[in-house]
Each structure stands twice: as structure tokens, then as C-alpha cells.
Design a protein around this ligand. Structure first.
Ligand SMILES: [Zn+2]
Length: 227
């Protein structure tokens, strides 16, 4: 298989990624239960309190079930805290004599900024050069998801994804680029609407070798539709 074909196939498969994939993990669901405050009564009381503080009436019809909905939503949006990384990549590392760059682009993610608890969302591109070992293709979007479903800052999340792959896969190098729109900026009119923030983190040969980094960046410039 030529490197070009590999990359093309990966772009295609990434497009099939279902962001809800993680929800099917029974181990994660169990951990999720254990991690919450019993039946969540304290959480719901806190939401009711916030509603009162902003001048609302938590007992009016439209808001009656809001605390319970918000509780379920935050549990879902912060699931990443309860994912076991070992189980996530379990049985997905393969010894393969392949040493060309592997690039997965267009990975959609949705996260919450830890400063305002508002969403930021966009796409990630993850690349690595194997050193005798590759990771199952479907695992890379799951790794992104594990770190996105937490309270985050984009810079740290980008580094966490790169360092996780470096640590578990021991490749020659890793590169991660994330582009995101932050609602805390857009909604408050701090930035121009549509402002996109880009962060990158490169490790190993992606950091030390200009040619490798340039190859990675050139992959990112190809239009996704050209596959
Ligand atoms: Zn923010």
C-alpha cells in the first residue's frame, strides 16, 4: 500500500466517525455513574440556584425540568473524565513495518471552555510517523473525544492529545493541529464573528525536523474534498 493511498483511506474513514461512539462503552457508563454525586440532587439544586440568581423563576413550567436536563447534559459533555485510556486503546496497537506519515484530518470535536463553561468546537488533524507500531484508525477520533469532553483550554487539549499518542504509541513523532470557534468570544462580541483559533503541538521528529513538519502542514492544506 502506498502512503498516498493510506492517507486517502484515512480521510474517508474519518468522515464516518460518529461523535457518539464513546457513549456505547459500558465500562465508561459504569464509571460515569460512580463519578456523579449520587442521584445528582446537589447538582440540580445548584442549577435552580443559578436560575434564581439570574432573576428567573425555577418553578415556572418551562424551567421545571431544566435542572435535570442540565445535569444530564453536563454529565454527557464531561464524559471524557471517566474514559479509561487503557481500555480505549486496548487491542488497537499493531506491530507494522510502516514508517511513513499517517495523517487523520477533519476530526470534529466539541468541548467546553473552562473559563466560561461555554462550548468551543472545530476540527482536529492528528499525524504521526510510526516506529514499528501503528494504532487502529478509529481510535484517533476517540482519543480526541476523550480529551474534548472535559473542561478545557484549547492549547492544553492540543498538547494532551499529542503527548498521549507519544506516550502510548512511541512513534518517531506526533503533530496535532486544532481549529476551533469559541462561543465565549463570539457570543460576547469580544472577537469578530467566525473567528477561528488555531493551536498546534509537535513532538519528536515533527519538532526536530523541518522537512517532516513541512510535510505535515502540506497535508493539512489539501482540500478535504479532493480525496
Ligand atoms: Zn471561555
Amino acid at each position: 500500500m502506498t502512503p498516498g493511498r493510506t492517507i486517502a483511506r484515512m480521510d474517508t474513514e474519518t468522515g464516518l466517525f460518529d461523535p457518539e461512539l464513546l457513549d456505547d462503552d459500558p465500562d465508561e457508563a459504569a464509571a460515569d455513574e460512580a463519578g456523579s454525586d449520587g442521584d445528582g440532587a446537589a447538582f440540580r439544586a445548584s442549577v435552580r440556584h443559578i436560575l434564581e440568581e439570574i432573576g428567573e423563576d425555577p418553578s415556572r413550567e418551562g424551567l421545571e425540568k431544566t435542572p435535570a436536563r442540565v445535569q444530564r447534559m453536563y454529565r454527557e459533555l464531561t464524559r471524557g473524565y471517566h474514559v479509561d485510556p487503557d481500555r480505549l486503546i486496548n487491542h488497537a496497537l499493531f506491530d507494522v513495518a510502516y514508517s511513513e506519515m499517517v495523517v487523520v484530518r477533519g476530526i470534529e470535536f466539541y468541548s467546553l471552555c473552562e473559563h466560561h463553561l461555554l462550548p468551543f468546537y472545530g476540527t482536529a488533524a492528528v499525524a504521526y510517523i510510526p516506529d514499528g507500531r501503528v494504532i487502529g484508525l478509529s481510535k484517533i477520533p476517540r482519543i480526541v473525544e476523550m480529551f474534548a469532553r472535559r473542561l478545557q483550554v484549547q492549547e492544553r487539549m492540543t498538547a494532551q492529545i499529542a503527548e498521549f499518542l507519544m506516550d502510548r504509541l512511541h512513534p518517531q513523532g506526533v503533530g496535532v493541529v486544532m481549529e476551533a470557534t469559541h462561543l465565549c468570544t463570539v457570543m460576547r462580541g469580544v472577537g469578530k464573528q467566525g473567528t477561528v483559533m488555531t493551536t498546534s503541538h509537535v513532538l519528536g521528529i515533527f519538532r526536530s525536523n523541518d522537512k517532516t513538519r513541512a510535510e505535515f502542514l502540506s497535508h493539512l492544506q489539501r482540500p478535504t474534498s479532493s480525496v
